[in-house]
Design a protein around this ligand. Sequence first.
Ligand code: UDP
Length: 241
Amino acid sequence: MSDVKFSRIVLKLSGEAIAGEKGFGINPTVIQQMAEELKGVHELGVEIAIVVGGGNIWRGNIGSEMGMERAQADYMGMLATIMNALALQDVLENHGVPTRVQTSVEMRQIAEPYIRRRAIRHLEKGRVVIFAGGTGNPYFTTDTTAALRAAEINADVILMAKNNVDGVYDSDPKFNKEATKYDELTHLDVISKGLKVMDSTASSLSMDNDIPLVVFNLNEAGNIRRVVLGESIGTTVRGKH
Ligand code: UDP
C-alpha cells in the first residue's frame, strides 16, 4: 500500500464506458477488460467503490422527450444502472474479485439496499462495492451519485473515467483541433467556465465537500492504476478557488 496515493476511491463508470464502440448495451469484451484492470488495482490493496451509469440502456431525458413523465422515465434510468451493476458484479467475481452491489432503490432479491456503514465495512474487508440505482431520486444523475457517495464514504478521490478523452479541454477536442487540455482546475473553474466534466449539481457537491476528481481516459489500459499510484495523467480538479 505504501506506493498508493489514493487508498479509497470512487470510480464513476458511465453507461457509455460499458457500451464500448457500439454506444448501446453491455459490451462483454469491454467489461472483461475493465474487470482485469480493476483486479490489478484491487490487488494493490485499494478500496474500490464503483458508481455505474445507465445511459447505454436508457436515459430519463429520452423518455421525457418522448412525452413520458420525467420522474417515471428517470426511474427506468435507475433500473438501467442496476442492470449494468449486475453485469459488472458478474464479471468481477469471475475474475476472483469479491463484490457487493448496493442499490439505492430496494431490490432485496437481487442486491443489498444501500447502507452507508455496511458499504464502508465491505470496503474495509476488501470487497468492491458497486453502487447502483443512482441516488434513488429522479432528476439526478449518476455523476451526482458519485459525488454524494464519495462524500458519504470518505473517499480520497473520484475517478471520472471518460471514453476516448484524456482529460478536460477548453473546447471539444473532437471538433476543435486547437483545443487545449487542462492539467489542473478548481471546481469553481469547472462551474464558471461551464466545462463538461460532470453536471452542475455534481460539481457543486464535489466543490462544497472538497472532493478531488481525476478525469482520465478509460480506454488506455492501465490508467486506473496510474491514477491510483499518483501518476499525473488526465486532469485533476480540486480545491474551491
Ligand atoms: N437517474 C436518476 N437519478 C439518479 C441517477 C440516475 O433519475 O440519481 C436516471 C436518469 O434518468 C439518468 C439515468 O438514470 O438519465 C442514467 O444515469 P446517467 O445518465 O447518470 O448515466 P451515465 O450518463 O453515467 O451513463
